[in-house]
Write a protein that binds this ligand. Structure first.
Ligand SMILES: Nc1ncnc2c1ncn2[C@@H]1O[C@H](COP(=O)(O)OP(=O)(O)OP(=O)(O)O)[C@@H](O)[C@H]1O
Length: 600
């Protein structure tokens, strides 16, 4: 695939180039942070130098100005706001005490990210024991959270829904000293539908621009500093920035326009001394920049991005083959596989962790062993909270493992040493693509990403290109030919279609046998099939024209779930949706009528 300019996509940068581009040529101490904190960052957390984004953001955060940061995934945004907050809190006179309640509030989109940010906050306050970090989030015990809030939490990390709940119902929650509100992964918070909760939170805290607070718990003299961080920008983030930030300093929005030093694109006189007209002018400029940045996604330079074109029926066999080849190439690997639904995660987790197979001749059943020998974890929003925590912590601490997940793992999670991201089901918006691939190639490390596409979906590549994301084709045939069939490596043979390749055919037979063997597995496969089709019909906007359910062969989709027959169990709501979609399409293009694949 070539970019719009007609030039081939630029080669990914080497690891050294990636690191050079990522890190600033200064020390943490140069940014104004306390020597004890700097020593801790270096000695205990092994952070020798700040990343560029940290070098730009930390002085601004220390200066007390509102700030909007847009930076590629895995560039160290968390430290960019937590380090200055810890610095300013440790200096505070009188010393911060638990009875003073919460000084800093960090809003995050998911429970896992909540735990992750809490972990980093804990490390940062190690030498300042009087600063207490804590978290509140969905799925946890409310009464225990209330007790912790009553005792006092200086830096509170929270998911929006649960925080709003406590703001409304926990009388002992003291936030009259609140100085910072941070929106980490602001785009994800909003994409997950927390927009209304966030607005209510801002109103409750008296931090919504133009809306005076009715809340008597808010200290009148407290100077608020709001910080918004995001890997991608869009209309919703733009709106949140407008209602929550006052004359923010922009960081990472436009490299050309980025000034040196304190990165203040609005000049130095951007305080409340400005007239209304001047403020309007600034806002216009700010919004212009935000809009300008919509199409320009930042991805780590050293990330290798590829796609593999796979016919629908062979998708699962190809996924298994790619995974096997990755682990044969390097035994110690960490891979994340993204899927569209919770049911699909459960099914694929079962297949990937339990499928057995005989590597010798087909009838040699005694020699059966696991097709993939590494540990496989799963993560999705319908899991029990305890299982979710176990998966998150378990995958994080393994050296070699696969994580099968919905987009819940796409938001800001920092699993160490993930080398490979597989998007088995396409993401929706291009921004989702950016978040998913951002789980690898972090902090200058190498990383690869592979997107599965059916031949009918290849236009998605054009959509990604509109956002400056270019992918090259993955040489799957080569990988395929390296596998033995019936114990023998194939001779160089004529090109045959993927579905007819002996390795794929034999793997598909094993899969179908595996699924058919147990009723429970069959049910998992059927449920996964139904939810997958539902998710496919739910693509929005322009993507509806690419991911068209009417172009799918549902029998082939069933095959990709190891089912010999297409389940007739597709739920009523799905049927209604399908009819609605058909009607819509008829209305849009009456001339181009196509038949939906018939159900058996
Ligand atoms: N200055 C530094 N030197 C070395 N490693 C760092 C530095 N700052 C952060 N890191 C590490 O880099 C990784 C990525 O950091 P972080 O999760 O904050 O990135 P991010 O920009 O928030 O990514 P995302 O947008 O995906 O959430 C973490 O493992 C963190 O410990």
């Amino acid at each position: 695939m070539f970019r719009k300019s007609g030039k081939p996509p630029p080669a990914a940068a080497t690891q050294e180039e990636g690191r050079a581009e990522l890190f600033a040529s200064c020390f943490f101490a140069d940014l104004g942070l306390h020597p004890t904190l700097c020593a801790h960052l270096q000695d205990k957390m092994s952070f020798q130098a700040p990343t560029r984004i940290q070098a730009q953001a930390i002085p601004v955060a220390l200066s007390g100005q509102h700030m909007l940061v847009k930076a590629a995934t895995g560039t160290g945004k968390t430290l960019a706001y937590l380090a200055p907050i810890v610095h300013l809190l440790q200096m505070r006179e009188p010393r911060v005490d638990r009875t003073h309640g919460t000084f800093a509030l960090v809003l995050v989109p998911t429970r896992e990210l909540c735990l992750q940010v809490y972990g980093i906050a804990q490390q940062l306050v190690h030498r300042f024991h009087w600063i207490v970090p804590g978290y509140v989030m969905g799925g946890e015990n409310r009464a225990k959270e209330k007790a912790r809030l009553r005792k006092g939490i200086s830096i509170l990390i929270a998911t929006p829904g649960r925080l709003l709940d406590h703001l409304q119902h926990t009388a002992s929650f003291v936030y009259s000293n609140l100085r910072w509100i941070v929106f980490d992964e602001a785009d994800s918070i909003l994409e997950l539908g927390f927009g209304k909760a966030v607005e209510d939170i801002l109103e409750h805290l008296g931090s919504r621009n133009g809306v005076p607070s009715q809340n008597k718990n808010i200290g009148e003299q407290i100077r608020r500093q709001n910080l918004l961080l995001s890997a991608t920008l869009n209309e919703k983030v733009n709106r949140l920035a407008k209602i929550s930030l006052k004359n923010p300093v922009m960081i990472g929005l436009d490299d050309q326009k980025k000034p040196s030093g304190k990165s203040n694109i609005m000049g130095d006189n951007h305080t409340s001394l400005l007239s209304d007209e001047e403020e309007d002018e600034i806002l216009k400029k700010q919004n212009g920049l935000v809009e300008h940045a919509v199409d320009d996604f930042k991805l780590p330079a050293q990330l290798v991005q590829r796609y593999v074109k796979v016919s629908c029926g062979s998708r699962l066999a190809v996924l298994l083959t790619v995974l096997k080849s990755l682990f044969e190439r390097q035994v110690s690997q960490k891979v994340v596989v993204f899927l569209s639904t919770c049911d699909s995660v459960d099914f694929h987790h079962t297949v990937l962790s339990q499928l057995e197979w005989s590597s010798g001749p087909q009838l040699d059943m005694d020699k059966k062993k696991k097709f993939l020998s590494c540990k496989v974890f799963r993560l999705h929003g319908n899991m029990e909270q305890d299982d979710r925590k176990k998966s998150f912590l378990g995958f994080g601490s393994e050296k070699s493992a696969i994580l099968v997940s919905t987009d819940i793992a796409a938001r800001g999670l920092d699993f160490p040493k993930v080398k490979y991201i597989i998007q088995y089901d396409s993401p929706g918006e291009a921004s989702e693509y950016v978040h998913r691939v951002g789980r690898t190639a972090r902090i200058g490390e190498k990383g690869e990403a592979l997107l599965f596409l059916q031949p009918i979906e290849l236009d998605y590549l054009k959509d990604l290109e509109l956002h400056g994301v270019s992918l090259t084709e993955y040489p799957f045939q080569k990988v395929l030919d390296s596998f033995p069939v019936n114990g023998e490596r194939p001779h160089r043979r004529k090109q045959i279609s993927l579905d007819m390749h002996p390795w794929i055919m034999s793997l598909q037979r094993s899969l179908e046998g595996f699924v058919a063997a147990e009723d429970a597995t069959k049910k998992l496969a059927r449920d996964a099939f139904c939810s997958w089709v539902r998710a496919y019909t739910a693509h929005r906007g322009e993507l509806k024209k690419i991911f068209m359910v009417k172009k799918l062969h549902l029998g082939h989709v069933a095959r990709s779930f190891g089912l010999k027959e297409q389940p007739s169990l597709v739920g009523r709501s799905h049927q209604v949706q399908l009819k609605k979609r058909k009607k819509e399409q008829k209305r849009e293009r009456p001339a181009k009528r196509r038949k939906l694949p018939s159900k058996k």
